[in-house]
Design a protein around this ligand. Sequence first.
Ligand code: ADP
Ligand code: 5GP
Length: 212
Amino acid sequence: MSPIERRGMMLILSSPSGAGKSTLTRELVQVEQGITLSISVTTRARRPSEIEGRHYRFITVEEFRAMQAHGDLLESAEVHGNFYGTPRRPVETELAMGRDVLFDLDWQGTRQIMDKMRQDVVAVFVLPPSMAELKTRLERRAEDSKETIARRLRNAREEIAQWGVYDYLIVNEDLDRASSSLKAILAAERMKRERLVGAEGFVAELLGAPGS
Ligand code: ADP
Ligand code: 5GP
């Protein structure tokens, strides 16, 4: 354990649908300590493999509007014809405890959070190795209708066009390599001097210690 405390950060992953960000985020929270996945609310229909409260909280449009009106959402956006949002309270609680929070957001949500808390945000964009592979992955996932897949592929170009907003790019060709890259980003960002609370005190103590 480091003798220097750290402020929690917000690690955001975005990508066109099917590039692999859910796979990467879920793996990261399983193997890394001190980081929690933010569970979004959405008005889209639950996929067969999804579990309420674990992948999303599935809510109605009326419930979504009420959360927005009460200021309960840190960010929100309409993506592929459905509404998505990040509940504010759990994020604030985790950050206050010095823990990191991981997000799977589209570029609109990323921009909203960046505008509010830029210095605490690390934004990673995940690209597919090719558009053909992106299509293959969406089809292989086999959880969306043909129309939904076609819509997501059409929207992919628009999402990819936003790559310049992000701090890091990962091309998710080989999953293990992409996963290692993500862990490397997390490890390095955790050591950023600006995040280390009380570093001055630690250094002063080091220099003042006998034998220095
Ligand atoms: P997203 O969250 O970006 O929409 P998913 O994580 O659901 O994407 O991944 C889409 C599909 O592609 C899933 O079936 C997943 O298992 C698969 N996948 C993810 N990464 C890779 C990879 N590097 N190589 C092959 N298939 C992958
Ligand atoms: P999916 O329907 O495939 O789970 O997600 C569709 C898109 O919505 C993805 O680009 C995903 O990153 C984005 N998304 C998921 N949750 C949120 C959220 O809370 N806010 C925003 N802005 N986008 C989200």
